[in-house]
Design a protein around this ligand. Structure first.
Ligand code: SAM
Length: 279
């Protein structure tokens, strides 16, 4: 019997500590410990890794990460009501669980962990995309993390792994796939959560590539992609007007037809265009 088995079931934890779900904090809890262990396993071998978890809540996924052998878990939780429940877990794993009562958006997370670092979280929906974009756009690459294993609304997960030509393809797909392998590794129905959200969810696994797939200046690429998808139904020569005076020539030089639309252009194409614009 592992140490985790001596903790009470999560429904009991929630009742004991009065953790009624708050919508404003995106609280949809996972109470099935088999499921949380499964998510933790999707992050790969955790032994020898520090893990950052955002939003541990009552600690279901936290338990999974510890059982799966994470060297240390740093769990950042905004809701102070969850702290006593998390302290019970920490007591069973001396020195392996540090709980920070903080807003993940304000935290210098890397200061609290030692590489190799993995990030695993059932993210609060209201800040999930914002956190992802920050993790995907550090000042230097490779990033301080090795992999991200993150729960999103299914619709967001679809946008992350979308390929050119699809409606879901856009800035998020390019940001994610330019410097990572990103794939959906699990899908979950609303009933998996308490309370059940209105939408389905999915876990996306991101593995950081040692270097970007194609060369480009990140700031220029971000500017080109944002502008191109801002008016995604327009032809690129119109959508990108004003980016440089000779945008049609730059498009052609990058091997892109000026009459194409943003969603038809591969990541390689956008990188070629970013290099033309920068040059
Ligand atoms: N990990 C738990 C689970 O799987 O059952 C809870 C996940 S719940 C979807 C999201 C959690 O993130 C909640 O516990 C919520 O209080 C916390 N949270 C919301 N906004 C946060 C923020 N800005 N920083 C840190 N935690 C936050």
């Amino acid at each position: 019997m592992s140490a985790i088995d001596s903790l009470p079931p999560l429904r009991e934890v929630i009742a004991t500590h009065g953790l009624s779900a708050k919508k404003a904090l995106g609280q949809n809890f996972l109470l099935d410990l088999n499921l949380t262990a499964k998510i933790a396993r999707r992050a790969g071998d955790l032994t020898g890794c520090d893990v950052l978890e955002v939003g541990p809540g009552p600690g279901g996924l936290t338990r999974g990460l510890l059982v799966e052998g994470a060297r240390r878990v740093v769990a950042v939780e905004k809701d102070a009501r969850c702290l006593p429940a998390l302290a019970e877990i920490a007591a069973l794993y001396p020195g392996r669980l540090e709980v920070l009562n903080a807003d993940a958006l304000d935290l210098d997370w890397a200061a609290h962990l030692t590489p190799p670092i993995k990030i695993v979280a059932n993210l609060p929906y209201n800040v999930g995309t914002e956190l992802l974009v920050r993790w995907l756009t550090p000042p230097t690459w490779p990033p301080k993390w090795q992999s991200l294993t993150l729960m999103f609304q299914r619709e967001v997960a679809d946008r992350i792994v979308a390929t050119p030509g699809s409606k879901a393809y856009g800035r998020l797909a390019i940001l994610a796939q330019w410097r990572c392998d990103a794939r959906v590794v699990m899908t979950l129905p609303p009933e998996a959560f308490t309370p059940a959200p209105k939408v389905h969810s999915a876990v996306v696994q991101f593995t950081a590539l040692p270097a970007p797939r194609y060369p480009a200046d990140p700031a220029v690429l971000e500017r080109v992609v944002a502008k191109a998808f801002n008016q995604r139904r327009k032809m690129l020569r119109a959508a990108l007007k004003g980016l440089t005076p000779d945008i049609e020539d730059r498009l052609v030089a990058a091997g892109i037809s000026p009459t194409d639309r943003a969603e038809q252009i591969s990541i390689e194409g956008f990188c070629a265009l970013a290099r033309e614009v920068a040059g």
